[in-house]
Design a protein around this ligand. Structure first.
Ligand code: ASP
Length: 498
């Protein structure tokens, strides 16, 4: 009887602890239910108007806006403060571990995707082979080299305030785009191409991350002189964490309306599934194997602990990723869950997560590889071994280059298609279901980042301990150390008081 009571109390405790995750999960399910209900009961003579959908999406949009609004004020100061307070002679190792993890898991995801799509062959049908690929080849307007150079250019923005708003993008202008000027020249004649620099409206997170890392390193090297600035960024980051915590509590309602609104906008989901079902299933299977077997196994091997609790504690982050389809927007939730529930040191989480959320996208990498080969299969092309190898490399680069925003992977897909000689227009084959696949791959991207932070945290215990000891034994660093103590105490007080 007593044991039963204790078990009941324990269950109650676990439920209370995970109430927000359970509520967010309920939000996802109810959102899907509402979406399906709307589609099933829609009167064909009187369908939902874009304005009705806008009303339905209203609350979801507010939630998304709130999350987006804290990305920059939280991520930049956190990154600067965590690097600024690191002991640089030791933190190189931490960074190296993170990079090795990012590269290894991304490449593994790509290989897994290729194995699945080549063996399942979702795009090989009787009709495939009819479309003439080379005919439309001249329409492609971005090459792999252009995209890679844009990526590097975006790492070094010329103007930081501008980087908050815009990204650089190369555009090729063909004479066929202006026929009145050129008559009808050969579009394959490269002499007639013009290169245009374009600034597109989207935050250049990569550039901001690079600049923040440089600032953090400079602070760490500046000793006493850097302390006021370090204090400032620590303070901003603590205050923003409090705001984030408030927003996270709105996730159940937010994701409900985001998903319901998105589904109400769809034309006919079952028809799309009929057409693209095998492709959808292949990507989903790959994401499932990678996120639920490979990464948890890696975690268990490295940390020698079972991954279930760790994964469960991150539930809220996965659900928010699914609801928002954006790993950047989910970043505040990921940081909070990792630090508060999984006990990851904030020096690690705030160092590796913002970088991970911008460059480590296992789900996107897997999807890019599967989608490119699927489109090639649909077009009657069987990629050669060399092309498959090229697809693996470009899919990895495309996932690094994709921003953590909805359907960014679709944009960088162009460069993967380019390696098989497919025009960017052929993306339209997979367009209709991409919004849904995007949600699954974003959840796996976030899962990959969080497991990475957990693994790096485990492997870096010695360095963290050494940093603590070095600060304690070095009187010159005492002042710095006090600030860090105050930083962590404040953070916990702030969060516990909510
Ligand atoms: N939406 C994804 C993310 O934010 C990127 C993508 O694959 O489109 O992680």
């Amino acid at each position: 009887m007593k044991m039963f009571k204790i078990r009941k109390e324990k269950m109650g405790g676990v439920l209370m602890e995970n109430l927000l995750t359970i509520a967010t999960f309920a939000g996802v399910i109810i959102g899907i239910g509402v979406g399906v209900g709307i589609k099933n009961h829609e009167d064909p003579t009187n369908p939902w108007l874009p304005r009705d959908v806008m009303y339905l999406k209203f609350i979801g949009t507010l939630f998304l806006n709130m999350l987006k609004s804290v990305i920059i004020p939280l991520i930049i100061p956190s990154l600067i403060a965590s690097i600024g307070s690191l002991d640089l002679s030791l933190s190189g190792k931490i960074g190296l571990r993170a990079i090795v993890y990012y590269m290894a898991t991304t490449i593994f995801a790509v290989i897994l995707g290729i194995i699945l799509v080549v063996s399942i062959k979702p795009g090989v049908t009787e009709e495939s082979g009819n479309s003439n690929v080379t005919d439309t080849k001249h329409q492609r307007n971005v090459t792999t080299a252009d995209t890679m150079m844009d990526l590097v250019r975006n790492c070094f923005p010329p103007n930081i305030p501008q980087a908050l708003l815009q990204q650089y993008q190369t555009q090729i202008v063909y004479p066929t785009m202006e026929p009145e000027k050129f008559g009808d020249p050969d579009p394959m004649d490269k002499n007639t191409w013009k290169v245009k620099s374009n600034w597109t409206d989207s935050t250049n997170i990569l550039g901001l991350v690079v600049f923040s890392i440089a600032t953090g390193i400079a602070i760490a090297l500046s000793g006493e002189d850097g302390i006021p600035l370090l204090r400032f960024f620590q303070s901003v980051s603590i205050v923003m964490m409090k705001v984030t915590n408030w927003i996270i509590h709105l996730a159940p309602i937010g994701v409900l309306f985001l998903i319901a609104g998105q589904m109400a906008e769809m034309d006919d989901i079952s028809k799309e599934f009929e057409k693209l079902g095998w492709y959808f299933g292949t990507v989903l299977l790959g994401l499932g194997i990678h996120g639920l077997i490979v990464l948890p196994l890696l975690y268990t091997i490295v940390t020698r602990t079972l991954p279930f609790r760790f994964l469960l504690n991150m539930g809220n982050a996965y659900m928010t990723a699914f609801g928002t389809a954006s790993s950047s927007a989910t970043l505040p939730v990921t940081i909070e869950s990792l630090e508060e529930k999984n006990g990851v040191d904030s020096r690690i989480s705030r160092f590796v997560l913002p970088i991970g959320a911008t460059i480590n996208m296992d789900g996107t990498a897997l999807y890019e590889a599967v989608a490119a080969i699927f489109i090639a299969q649909m077009s009657g092309i069987t990629p050669s071994i060399g092309q498959v190898a090229a697809i693996s490399i470009t899919a990895t680069a495309a996932s690094i280059g994709a921003a953590g925003i909805p359907q960014a992977g679709l944009v960088t897909m162009v460069m993967v298609l380019d390696t098989v000689g497919l025009p960017s227009e052929s993306i339209s084959i997979i367009l209709s279901l991409d919004w849904l696949l995007d949600r699954f791959r974003t959840a796996i991207n976030v899962l990959g980042d969080s497991i990475g932070a957990g693994i790096v945290n485990h492997l870096s215990q010695k360095e963290l301990e050494q940093m603590n000891q070095r600060q304690n034994s070095d009187p010159e660093n005492l002042h710095m150390d006090n600030i860090k103590m105050v930083f962590s105490c404040n953070k916990y007080n702030v969060l516990k008081s909510q």
